[in-house]
Design a protein around this ligand. Sequence first.
Ligand code: CDP
Ligand code: CDP
Length: 225
Amino acid sequence: MNDLLQIAIDGPASAGKSTVAKLVAHQLGYVYCDTGAMYRAVTWAALKRGVKLDDNLALEEMVAEIKISFTPSDEGQRVYVDQDEVTDDIRLPEIANNVSTVAAQLSVREALTKRQQEIAFKGGIVMDGRDIGTTVLPDAQVKIFLVASVKERALRRFKENKAKGIMADLEQLEQEIAERDRKDSTRAVSPLVQAADAVKVDTTMLSIEQVVAKIMGIIQKKSKK
Ligand code: CDP
Ligand code: CDP
């Protein structure tokens, strides 16, 4: 496998995108880019500055002023907004419940899409999100659309919270995930939708290792063509 590929992994919340994208990138020696973290970081900055979350123009100005950066560390990628480390804060429910509103704004999408295209330009990248295969990298050689039932995805978030010592309400998690899916899939700009040339992988009954093996198989098949 000599060519440096662009690998796009899209799908709804908690389908396992970031977990498997990181592992696939590691196996290939590629860079991993979590585009959801970028939308979350913009949401964090808007809440901190008191910018209205659906004010397209105000968000445009704010996004032009802030710098979102990633740095690798032993515990994974750290996310910064200017000098502030926001790695943990962007995972809080307050961000999860507001990010879809910010991500629906055209100015935010245009600015972040441009940045993501620059990051992926040379290939050798695994990028996960909602619109990577459709909008950000329409020519990506490998496109995966990861799905799982809402029940299974809520359970995954529940377990994730429990491991951090947070007891969440499973039913509420299910409702929040379903609501975010609805907003992400119905927005006017770059909605969450499977690209025509993406391979769908249903992870409901699969372990992380099984999903990674499946994706590595798809990549190998594609790169032989
Ligand atoms: O990890 P999780 O699936 O919960 O979400 P995420 O990947 O961190 O993305 C958070 C939110 O950012 C999504 O619900 C979308 O509203 C938005 N997003 C987007 O619109 N486009 C992307 N390429 C990535 C994320
Ligand atoms: O990035 P996305 O929101 O799509 O999902 P994630 O944060 O990678 O995965 C959500 C949770 O599901 C994590 O705790 C994973 O360990 C878990 N997971 C799983 O249990 N089985 C899979 N096949 C994939 C992920």
